[in-house]
Design a protein around this ligand. Sequence first.
Ligand code: SF4
Ligand code: SF4
Length: 443
Amino acid sequence: MSQVESKLTLEQGRTQPQAAPKAGELSLERGLAAFRAEVDGPVAAFFSSCVHCGICAQACPFYLETGDPKYTPILKLEPLRRVWENDFTLLGKIKGKLGLQQKVTDAMLAEWEELLYDSCSMCGRCSMVCPVGNDLALMIRKSREGMVQAGHAPEGLIAASVRAIQTGSPMGLQWKTLAVQINHVQTSSGLEVPVDKDGAEYLVLLSSMEIINFPEYLEAITKIFDHAGVTWTLSTQCFEATNAGIQIGNKDIAAQLVERVVAAAEKLKVPKVISPECGHAFTAIRWEGPNLIGRPYPFKVFHIIEVLDELRAAGRIKTEGMETDRLSMHDPCNLARKSGVIQQQRNLMNLVAENFVELKEHGKFQWCCGAGGGVSSNERAEPLKMAAFKRKKAQIEEVNPERMVTMCATCRTQLEEGLEEFNMEIPVVGLTEMIAEHLVEKN
Ligand code: SF4
Ligand code: SF4
């Protein structure tokens, strides 16, 4: 039994345990079956319509910054393409009869593990430029389902998935860690951090990175919601919004993590759930969640930036003073490109920053920081992650800001690490905190 197999059994992640295989059953056969199960109309349309123009390569920071043709987006999909051709097309079947099929082998999947995980942040920029409208990021997501079942997923993502299933948190954080943060926030702000409050308007979710790296986020929302008269609560049952199942590519794990959020929201009878400053957590809960669990939610999901902008528009956030230094902003891929949340963060920036300058390519066409899609949980991918960051670095150099602002803890960490790596002394701040710093004090 391989190390991977012993760590990630499907049993650990399966919501329907009746068909759970035992440890050691991850195999090429299981992987091929999972690839086949992912083949649907969009997959058939994708491979039938791809004209091999290579335009997707020009959108990918991993390809552009390494110059290595193996990181071309379309090439990353070769295992899925072969399964589709071999098993679902007449040509593939004829080739099979003649012994001419290009088979997917275990060695091939071992080689493609780097291409499908380390060199792809699932940023979706390639999907934006394909002239025939192919969604490459969706195909990467589907391919990862096959890779996990074949036992070819990175150790870091496996470990994060196992911790997420065991504790609800990819970093293995428990409530007692958050309780310490809550005490700090309450002492520092003099405000109550509500916990397990039935019938509050919002259930607030956090990410591990916020709890560990950016505890100022919790203090910021505590102040803003007090200021705006919003009722909200944390849940001891579920406080994490992140979803390691989406990143590794396992629907069962992803569904189980979404179910935790849904159960907590239902128990507290909240009408609205807030995803934190975390890109993939938002797309997981907002867009993939209902399909993963097979039913609609009895609540609505918002990103914190959407909520803050709604409060701003309703006149419920009153600020004073403006940031005077030159600020620029990084749009998280999952928020801007994949979810269309673009104007909201600009409305908020303009509320408190008088010298805000846009990166040249921003909004839908912004460049990924390089850390999303599980790349930041995959230690092996560190050199590629930093290579991809060079595209963001070049964008930042073009406008030469004194500080960068963003609204995703993963992006923020990557910006901080990347800027430090390249000796650029540009601090990075979270937008929610910046708003909190400008609130008009209550009388
Ligand atoms: S989703 Fe982003 S990182 Fe992945 S292949 Fe496309 S452009 Fe490259
Ligand atoms: S841009 Fe679209 S059509 Fe061109 S190679 Fe990439 S996936 Fe195929």
